[in-house]
Design a protein around this ligand. Structure first.
Ligand code: NCD
Length: 308
């Protein structure tokens, strides 16, 4: 279609390519309601996951099955694959590419998807590389904003929580630079503020952003509140630091009371306690709908990379 091959980082997508992806994604919603298709019949996808996952792995696998393809999988690859014996990622990729037509990789090191793509003979889809990026999540996030709010140009988005280690927030910030008049609000505890690489990229691309302390002040101003989990696994044995930052920003009924009627709350999930469960029944709570969009987006991406 657009020659989409490896999916490594959000910056690689142009507005035009995203338009194509979202168009196909809408068609995939129809495909699922007709019980799938056979377009990827006899194709095999390998999911190689070195870090925990529920949504990303299962939605990729569901997507492949929905399109008639087959799946081979290793979860907990850090413990259960040959990595545990000392095999390098590069060697593992050279092996798995002989078994599958596309590899979906989640790894604990930033830059690992790029390393894999450098040696791979099949498309590598980055399903999260440590604190680096999570581009397929960002695509489903942008698709969700378009579907729920009806536009992307002029959108005002608050990114909340662990913006230093949260790869989904990082990828989303990159993707939103493709739209006009976007304004981003970064609301994070001091220790986990948005990193300079993203801020420099936004400045270079003329995207307005502010760092804010006060969540309640921002709630009435935005179209989207994108809440994220404090990434405990990135704190190692710095438990005291983790305890210091968690709980600082919680979306609860009081916060919802000042959010605009037309705004939505998103979260890549899993949630710990940063969104009060009392918020779930609010129609503006979009996070479960958001997660379901992951299947359609990943169906579109698999078709595009495998049909290229
Ligand atoms: C996220 C991730 O793994 O980066 N989860 C997901 O893929 N939806 C967010 C998180 O773990 O907090």
């Amino acid at each position: 279609m657009d020659g989409l091959y490896h999916i490594i980082e959000a910056q690689q997508f142009s507005r035009e390519v995203m338009k194509g992806i979202f168009g196909l994604t809408r068609e995939m919603e129809q495909v699922v309601s007709r019980y799938g298709s056979n377009i990827l019949n006899r194709r095999i996808m390998a999911t190689l996951f070195y870090e925990p996952s529920t949504r990303t792995r299962l939605s990729f696998e569901a997507s492949m099955y929905r399109l008639g393809g087959q799946v081979i999988t290793t979860e907990s690859a850090r413990e259960f694959s040959s990595a545990a014996k000392g095999e390098t990622l590069e060697d593992t990729i050279r092996i798995v590419e002989g078994y599958a037509d596309v590899i979906v990789l989640r790894h604990y090191e930033s830059g690992s998807a790029r390393r894999a793509a450098d040696v791979a003979a099949v498309p590598i889809l980055n399903a999260g590389d440590g604190p680096g990026q999570h581009p397929t999540q960002a695509l489903l996030d942008v698709y969700t904003i378009q579907k729920e709010i009806g536009r992307l140009d002029g959108i005002r988005v608050a990114l909340v929580g662990d913006l230093a280690n949260g790869r989904t927030a990082r990828s989303l910030a990159y993707l939103l630079t493709k739209y006009e008049d976007v304004k981003l609000y970064f609301i994070a505890p001091d220790m986990v503020r948005m990193k300079d690489d993203i801020k420099a990229y936004l400045a270079e691309h003329g995207v307005a952003f502010v760092e804010e302390e006060d969540l309640m002040k921002i709630m009435p101003e935005v179209d989207v509140v994108y809440q994220t989990r404090i990434q405990r696994e990135r704190f190692g044995d710095r438990i005291a630091d983790y305890e210091k930052v968690r709980g600082k920003y919680i979306i609860d009924p009081a916060a919802m009371a000042v959010l605009s009627d037309k705004a939505i709350v998103m979260h890549p999930l899993p949630r710990v306690d940063e969104i009060d469960q009392a918020v779930d029944k609010d129609p503006r709570a979009a996070y479960f709908r958001q997660a379901h969009n992951g299947v359609y987006i990943r169906m579109a991406l698999l078709q595009m990379v495998l049909e290229a």
